[in-house]
Design a protein around this ligand. Structure first.
Ligand code: GDP
Length: 255
């Protein structure tokens, strides 16, 4: 009697595994593609309280955050909505969820460190951001964009310090090294290992919009954050997506 082949050693199995992995990536990309503008606010206390997981994107101005959000959501203009007059220093929320049922939120926190911004505005914005990162109750993950040619800057380090207590309590954390197409393979390997040491237990991934590197990996990680233990989306308390009206006029200068 012949022994049945060990499935883990057959070519068929590895092909099937690849297909399974691909299907997870497809689900994650489909989920991110549902992103829609939800609301914008100048400060934490103007944001609606939400009972779905929220994932915040942060980073220095020009780090590639808008491009990364647009690439992940496969929408050309979504994050550039955050650069419209009246929203550049706002917290911008995008809903996610299939069939019009919101099961998570992406938050775009405007970039910091832009040299041309007056000092008072910088300080005010850092306070708004710190307040959001420390106090937003449904915040479950943070994605920090970093241009690997500049590495982690002082402001990035401060941000890490601010969120450290929450990361220790289980907040998810990912550093995305953007524009990796600008690096040689050796540079990419080096910056990846250095950043892993700085990430304090968080994940680190290389990302390039034009080379389409890291897109599915980041998408899958965010999907897993929002849907832990392979649980289906749609929590019992899921709410229907409608754009929330802007009640609060912008209070602060935009530049
Ligand atoms: P933000 O200020 O962090 O939102 O940055 P943007 O997304 O506006 O990008 C800043 C600049 O970097 C723009 O000129 C983008 O075209 C460029 N950029 C963003 N992502 C990439 C990337 O993956 N590769 C390359 N080569 N350039 C990028």
């Amino acid at each position: 009697m012949s022994t049945p082949p060990n499935p883990s050693k057959t070519a068929g199995h590895s092909a099937a595994k690849t297909a399974a992995e691909k299907s997870v990536a497809t689900v994650a990309m489909g989920w991110l593609h549902t992103a829609k503008f939800l609301t914008t606010a100048p400060q934490l206390h103007f944001l609606p309280e939400l009972n779905v997981p929220e994932i915040a994107f942060v980073g220095r101005s020009n780090a590639g955050k808008s491009t990364c959000i647009n690439t992940l959501t496969q929408q050309k203009q979504l994050a550039f909505a955050s650069k419209k007059p009246g929203r550049t220093q706002h917290i911008n929320l995008f809903s996610l969820g299939k069939q019009g049922i919101m099961d998570a939120v992406l938050t775009d926190l405007p970039g910091y460190g832009y040299a041309a911004v007056p000092k008072q505005d910088k300080i005010r914005w850092q306070q708004v951001m710190a307040n959001y990162l420390v106090s937003r109750e449904n915040l479950m993950g943070i994605v920090l964009m970093c241009d690997p040619r500049h590495g982690m800057t002082e402001l990035d380090e401060i941000l890490l310090e601010v969120i450290r207590p929450r990361v220790e309590e289980g907040l998810k954390f990912l550093i995305v090294l953007t524009k990796s197409d600008k690096l040689t393979r050796a540079e990419a390997t080096k910056v990846l290992s250095i950043t892993k040491l700085q990430a304090g237990g968080g994940d680190v991934m290389l990302f390039s919009a034009p080379k389409r590197q890291g897109i599915e990996e980041v998408a899958q990680l965010l999907y897993q954050w929002a849907h832990p233990e392979g649980k289906k989306a749609l929590p019992a308390n899921a709410i229907a997506i409608t754009e929330i009206e802007e009640e609060v006029p912008p209070e602060f200068p935009e530049n």
